[in-house]
Ligand binder design. Structure first.
Ligand SMILES: Nc1ncnc2c1ncn2[C@@H]1O[C@H](COP(=O)(O)O)[C@@H](OP(=O)(O)O)[C@H]1O
Ligand SMILES: [Mg+2]
Length: 463
């Protein structure tokens, strides 16, 4: 009853029915307790389950479930004669619109969180927060992708599961998630997406969340989703990102990054979030400082990365929604370059990167920003280097990097591990085999210098 395959045309043209279903969480879920808190701290995740951006696009809401996309009908005809290279244009179109929609959801939830005190924060094992927004975005994205491509064609690896949601001690969280998802999906037509005919019930929302149980791997097609990356930044009213990537046969083929708080001026990335909020409140919504947020996206092999502004309230998304190309910085002199890194020392060694910066000749203060907004900053040319060196034993997850990697590469930059090898998205939910850390740069010159510096100082590091 929930998600039906949208049309035969979609199945035929994609010919990749790779949906991996795990029904064990899906049916007859009855929540024991639900919480009144907006924020819960997530326990360690062991789950699991596991074009030219400017020139394509179709309005999905104008097609009902039994209709097929005209583009796909064309592809179907062609597939009998000469197989066309897959261009993922439908997938990119849907992914960008969906991330736009998710950005609006997150903005609403973040505004609500900021106006409350931190009483709603609970501490659990790994101290990492999870909010109504994480579950709501996951449910929304999962529902839209299934609706758009047919549930049996959609396989998703995503960060959240329903265990923590069902474990929430006080009443109200699940209800809030269901309400938030329905409010968001009611807006789907403005984004050119189909919403549900009737509001989703609790079971359907839980199904949508728990359906994201793919374990990834080397073969076939799956989406990787981080519904709210940088949740700590999110709950602090600071930077965060919604990250959606499509991975096919172990390669990231599409990346979409929603950065709702990305400021119009790069200098403002540095400002403390409280200062930001005060500025926003003091300035009229038409002024520059109010104008923040973007969705950045790229398709592998296109040599282009694109950026759209967020959709304004009450406006309809008309493709390409004022998209413009983004490109990495041309700076390759270390003394002029800016490097960015996680805000939290616990997530990446600040002392190790300070040593690298010194030996390479990076003179500027590091730009410390939450989430994959750092990848966006490199792709937009607002910074030149991103480095992350987690403590030994920490395993990076694919959803924390996939979208950002393809966007930077298509924008002209380089992303590798510290051994100079590409990140490997084919080994399941983790970046298995990652050599020491992740390095992204605007160009090969800077990149090589960092890699050489890592080699020179690694043995004496405490990592
Ligand atoms: N101990 C640790 N070391 C390295 N990365 C960690 C970590 N704990 C959490 N992370 C990851 O770092 C991400 C946040 O990135 P950043 O530190 O750049 O803001 C988190 O994403 P979530 O916030 O989606 O959980 C999480 O995946
Ligand atoms: Mg994350």
């Amino acid at each position: 009853m929930l998600l039906h395959s949208s049309s035969m045309a979609i199945k035929v043209s994609h010919n990749l029915g790779l949906g991996k279903w795990n029904d064990k969480h899906n049916n007859n879920f009855i929540p024991n307790h639900v919480g009144s808190f907006f924020i819960f701290l997530r326990s360690n995740k062991t789950h699991h389950n596991a074009m030219s951006g400017g020139h394509i696009g179709c309005c999905l809401s104008s097609f009902n479930q039994t209709q097929s996309f005209p583009v796909m009908e064309d592809q179907k005809k062609l597939s009998f004669s000469s197989p066309e290279p897959v261009n993922y244009s439908q997938e990119l179109d849907v992914a960008v619109r969906t991330v736009q929609l998710a950005c609006s959801l997150c903005q609403r939830v973040q505004n609500g969180l900021i106006s409350k005190t931190s009483d709603g924060v609970q501490s659990k094992d790994d101290n990492s927060p999870v909010t109504v927004a994480d579950w709501s975005v996951q449910a929304t994205v999962s529902w839209i992708l299934s609706e758009s491509f047919g549930s049996s064609n959609v396989s998703i690896v995503a960060e959240e599961d329903i265990q923590n949601l069902s474990k929430a001690k006080a009443g109200g969280v699940l209800e809030t998630v269901v309400k938030t998802v329905n409010e968001c999906l009611a807006e789907a037509p403005r984004y050119g997406l189909n919403g549900p005919k009737m509001a989703l019930g609790t079971t359907e929302v839980l199904e949508a969340i728990s359906r994201c149980n793919s374990i990834g791997g080397p073969a076939g097609r799956f989406w990787a989703l981080d519904p709210v990356d940088g949740t700590l930044g999110f709950v602090r009213g600071d930077q965060y990102a919604i990250a959606l990537a499509l991975i096919e046969d172990g390669e990231v083929v599409l990346g979409v990054l929603g950065c709702p708080n990305y400021p119009m001026r790069k200098e403002w990335l540095n400002y403390h979030h409280r200062y930001h909020r005060i500025i926003s409140k003091l300035t009229p919504s038409t002024s520059e400082s109010w104008d923040k947020g973007c969705v950045i996206y790229a398709r592998r092999g296109s040599g282009e990365a694109w950026m759209q502004p967020l959709l304004h309230v009450n406006k309809n998304l008309v493709w390409p929604n004022s998209a413009r190309p983004v490109r990495v910085s041309s700076i390759d002199n270390p003394s002029l370059a800016t490097f960015c890194e996680p805000v939290e020392k616990a997530n990446s060694s600040h002392s190790f990167t300070a040593g690298l910066a010194h030996s390479v000749g990076l003179r500027k203060q590091p730009l410390r920003v939450y989430s994959m907004v750092k990848y966006a900053a490199i792709a937009r040319g607002d910074a030149e280097i991103f480095m992350k060196f987690a403590r030994a034993g920490y395993k990076e997850k694919i959803w924390d990097h996939a979208a950002g990697v393809v966007i930077i590469q298509e924008a002209g930059g380089v992303v590798t591990d510290a051994g100079g090898r590409p990140l490997d998205f084919s080994k399941g939910i983790y970046l298995e085999g990652l050599d020491r850390g992740v390095i992204a740069s605007a160009g090969a010159n800077l990149h090589d210098k960092i890699i050489r510096a890592v080699d020179a100082s690694w043995d004496s590091s405490a990592l």
